[in-house]
Design a protein around this ligand. Sequence first.
Ligand code: FMN
Length: 189
Amino acid sequence: MKESLGAQTMSFPLPAYLVGSYDENGKANLMTAAWGGIVCSTPPCLAVAIQPSRLTHPSIVKNKAFTVGIPNSRLAEAVDYAGLVSGRKHDKFAATGLTPVKSQLVNAPSADDGPVILECELYQSLELGSHTLFVGRIVDVKAEVGLKTDSGALDLSKVDPLIFNCGGDYRQVGPAVGQAFSIGKNLKA
Ligand SMILES: Cc1cc2nc3c(=O)[nH]c(=O)nc-3n(C[C@H](O)[C@H](O)[C@H](O)COP(=O)(O)O)c2cc1C
């Protein structure tokens, strides 16, 4: 039996991205964003939904670029902080001790401390209502050396991405339950 929970923004799991951008004075800033994900393969795109009140919003519009950091679970405290205060009043890199690095390919910074960074050029914007959906074209993915499996893919356990549980806390990923594009074949015949 199901119960109706009403129209609300609920989905599991959610990422806890660290969106990096330069403000109008060229100061590096980070903002936590849970509303986002991969949205296109050709061109490779990732979208984040950001409210106009965030400093990050005009920064992305001005520079037409942003980075998306996938932090690991050890960065939970810094990630939460980056979602609690604005870069308008706080230097989030200084407060967290995270190290700002300029992206090689786009005009945006990222925190060098996280395992994976996606460098994005602003590709399209969509005004949805409370949030603007910024679609970024991924121009490169930078990953910490040593995180790959033998097949060359990034190892989820080694990346240890921080997960936002919209029920209120941060989590780590759990164990695998089956091989994708494979276990379903059992039902094909
Ligand atoms: C876990 C978490 C997820 C968040 N996700 C979003 C989001 O997807 N979009 C958004 O506009 N704000 C989101 N926020 C709020 C912003 O991160 C917050 O307003 C931040 O202070 C904005 O920083 P800025 O003004 O330096 O850009 C989130 C905050 C937290 C803690």
